[in-house]
Design a protein around this ligand. Structure first.
Ligand code: SF4
Length: 348
């Protein structure tokens, strides 16, 4: 795995993005931002899932006005997502947004962007230049690849912000196509010193979207690219946070709650390993400790994996051996598999 690209850290409220700060997990609400109480409720659900930054859509002035109330009801920093109308960005800053996301493809003339940048500078508020393959600026060069055009669109905005002596910048270059996204981030990574927000846009519903996102995001992270991630899913945003942490845990980049090792089961297993693993997975949602739990179907790999975990169970015919911290601690009957395992998890 490549060492992490060195980026210039920025501060979004209480959260540092970039530098050697942990890779930040973020999400975006899908409530109507104008409905402050529903939005607060959803952000609270995200906070419970340990989401670290939240973005809200700001489609009009009513949404801007809700930001103040939303901010009072939540604990994590809020990023205002602005398209088309730069005045919404100016008002979002006044309402206390901790950062802005601007899309260079639709925010309009440089003069408008400059006005926003000056206001952000006065408040020390960072700006994400968020390029999307689906909304590139009209002047994009058809002779260039999509990835190249995405990079050019971002660089033009970066230069504009730098010309105003503004460096609280974060950049994202998202496409649905994974190779395009990877090419764009690899291209820009060596060209700018700013933190990169990575993700695959419009990745789909969880079943396919998690895989598409994991392929793109983890490839970039493995290359050392990425300071904050969003897994973009057609689902409750809590699923995005869960998937984000699983990606980071898979690469040993963050610890977050338990890791479940379970075998796929096969003809050697005499017990319902699928049912047991699903039940354990559900129970582990209540546990915050970064522990490793193993659920294994037989004696082939069972004892090895179970021993390697903090708590593990290696099943046999009607009975299973229970392991804790590498030591066999007992034999349990099939009806007690779940309870016995969870008792030991709780005791850790
Ligand atoms: S641990 Fe045993 S039951 Fe599970 S997949 Fe391996 S051989 Fe099959």
């Amino acid at each position: 795995m490549n060492s992490r690209r060195v980026s210039k850290p920025i501060q979004i409220g209480k959260v540092t993005v970039g530098g050697d700060a942990p890779i930040v997990v973020q999400s975006m609400t899908n409530t109507d931002t104008r409905d402050a109480s529903s939005t607060i409720r959803q952000i609270k659900e995200l906070e419970e899932a340990d989401c670290e930054l939240v973005r809200v859509a700001v489609p009009d002035m009513a949404a801007v006005q809700a930001i103040k109330e939303i901010k009072q009801g939540i604990s994590i920093p809020l990023i205002a997502d602005i398209h088309f109308d730069y005045r919404l960005a100016l008002e979002a800053l006044k309402s206390g947004a901790d950062a802005l996301r601007l899309n260079p493809g639709n925010i309009g003339a440089a003069e408008r962007v400059k006005t926003v940048v000056r206001a952000a500078k006065e408040r020390n508020t960072p700006i994400r230049i968020g390029v999307n393959a689906g909304s590139l600026p009209k002047k994009s060069d058809p002779k260039l690849s999509t990835a190249r055009n995405m990079v050019e669109a971002a660089l033009e905005q970066v230069r504009l912000l730098e010309s105003l002596d503004f460096d609280l910048i974060k950049v994202s270059l998202k496409a649905f196509d994974v190779p395009t996204t990877i090419a764009a981030y690899r291209d820009i990574a060596g060209k700018i010193p700013y933190p990169l927000h990575i993700g695959i846009t419009e990745a789909g519903p969880p079943r396919t979207g998690v895989i598409r996102s994991a392929v793109g995001i983890s490839t970039l992270l493995y290359l050392g690219i990425g300071d904050t991630i969003r897994v973009s899913l057609t689902a409750h945003p809590r699923e995005e946070v869960f998937a984000g942490y699983e990606i980071l845990k898979s690469l040993n980049l963050r610890q977050h709650g338990p890791v479940l090792v379970s075998c796929p089961s096969c003809g050697r297993s005499d017990v319902d390993i699928v049912g047991l693993a699903e039940a354990v997975e559900k129970e582990l949602l209540k546990i915050k400790k970064p522990i490793k739990v193993a659920v294994m179907g037989c004696e082939v790999n069972g004892p090895g994996e179970a021993k390697d975990a903090d708590v593990g169970i290696a099943c046999g015919k009607g009975r299973a051996i229970l392991f804790k911290k590498g030591k066999k601690i007992g034999v349990v009957e099939e009806k007690d598999f779940l309870t016995a395992l969870m008792v030991e998890v709780e005791r850790l």
